[in-house]
Design a protein around this ligand. Structure first.
Ligand code: UT7
Length: 361
């Protein structure tokens, strides 16, 4: 049975950074609160749509693997913020990279990338496909109500992608577990969808709602439980893990998870400071950053895990191959952005602040 090995990786972050200080210009918050409670310093706000972020991440991953779009057999794109629901945006990426293949979006919220990588692994192991592009891409600002300081400070936009290839070597995805806890559906949600009444303006007024403390607890239990299952499946212990690439939702969630699993703190990779929570994109972006920083060495055991709305959770063990540097680079960039992050969100901020004022009056 072939193994599924990551041979290419790429990320795409839009250029406009929104700092905690920027948020404090229109919201009752401050850098000290946000950084100490979450580990976030800034996040990026995109001037282009989710598919454009996904496409560039995909092109960079393809160059890294030394492949062309036409080499790809399937595209799986994890997102909760597609530009369009119909058609799916994996199709947009497909058109942009010139692939003739199967293409689908999946929504498992923040676990979307790892769900996608799990499904890709199964396709490769079955012998159906040899080369699959797995992408996590989000434009979370779409769901944010800028008058709600408990949620608006947490999220950012971005994309990450990997190319997974069939190999006979004993490397790649060794084991994974995916789960969902439907009891937690109500604690992290948005009302966006066909339940909205198109003829009623108020119904169109959707935003991300959640119970932060409850998610915090369930995230640790979910990721910890599945990570343990993966270790048991492989007859491994925490000592065998070389690096952990966790979903980046809150630095305190990562620290608590790592300490509960008795993994040394320095083995946890964290980059939430720069990006905030980019949902399905956090894991592939973190993987790219860890490789760029030389944190991943040939043959290492990487534990990666995530949780998100649903409440979904995922954990996976990857044995890295030999190559830790790209074969080629892609020199394309996003279209230039002539606005600051505050200017991009200005209209939306005005709308939500005035709505909140009216509600309070
Ligand atoms: O990927 C899945 C997505 N979901 C998540 O990642 C959420 C996971 N949960 C969390 O990360 C944390 O629960 C939060 C960061 C959301 C909140 O941290 P917390 O330590 O649980 O704070 P809290 O909700 O208990 O709020 C503490 C205080 C409250 O004030 P009072 O009631 O104690 O006076 C909040 O009103 O902090 C206040 N607060 C803020 N203050 C300044 C909440 N948000 C802010 C803010 N700035 N942005």
């Amino acid at each position: 049975m072939p193994n599924a090995m990551i041979t290419g990786w790429g990320k795409c972050l839009p250029p406009a950074a929104l700092t905690n200080h920027d948020l404090a210009t229109f919201m009752d918050t401050n850098d000290e609160w946000i950084y100490s409670r979450t580990g976030i310093k800034q996040r990026y706000i995109s001037h282009v749509d989710t598919s454009a972020l996904a496409t560039l991440a995909a092109k960079r991953a393809l160059a890294c693997a030394g492949l062309k779009g036409s080499d790809i057999d399937m595209i799986i794109l994890g997102t909760a913020t597609p530009d369009t629901l119909v058609p799916n945006i994996a199709a947009t990426v497909q058109a942009e990279i010139g692939a003739e293949c199967a293409a689908l979006d999946i929504n498992a919220a923040c676990s979307g990338f790892l769900y996608g990588l799990g499904l890709a692994t199964a396709q490769i192991r079955s012998g159906q496909y040899k080369r699959i592009l797995v992408i996590g891409a989000e434009r979370l600002a779409f769901y944010l109500d800028w008058s709600r300081r408990d949620t608006a400070v947490l999220f950012g936009d971005g994309a990450g992608a990997v190319v997974v290839e069939a190999t006979e070597q004993d490397v790649g995805v060794k084991a994974y577990e995916l789960n969902n806890d439907p009891e937690g559906r109500e604690i992290l949600k948005t009302t966006f969808g066909t339940q909205m009444d198109r003829l009623d303006a108020e119904s169109l007024d959707f935003f991300l709602q959640f119970d932060g403390r409850e998610i915090f607890k369930r995230a640790i239990a979910g990721m910890g439980g599945l990570s343990q299952k993966v270790l048991t499946k492989l007859d491994m212990t925490s000592d065998d893990i070389d690096i952990v690439i966790p979903h980046q939702a809150n630095v305190r969630i990562i620290d608590t998870l790592i300490s509960k699993m008795k993994i040394p703190a320095e083995k946890a990779f964290k980059n939430i400071e720069n990006y905030g929570n980019t949902s399905a994109a956090t894991v592939p972006i973190a993987l790219c950053d860890a490789l760029e920083q030389g944190r991943i060495k040939p043959g290492q055991n990487i534990l990666t895990c995530a949780f998100g709305a649903g409440l979904t959770s995922a954990a996976m063990m990857i044995k890295w191959g030999e190559r830790v540097t790209p074969i080629n680079e892609c020199d394309e960039e996003l279209p230039a952005c002539d606005k600051t992050a505050l200017e991009i969100i200005e209209k939306s901020v005005k709308y939500f602040l005035s709505k909140a004022e009216k509600e309070q009056a």
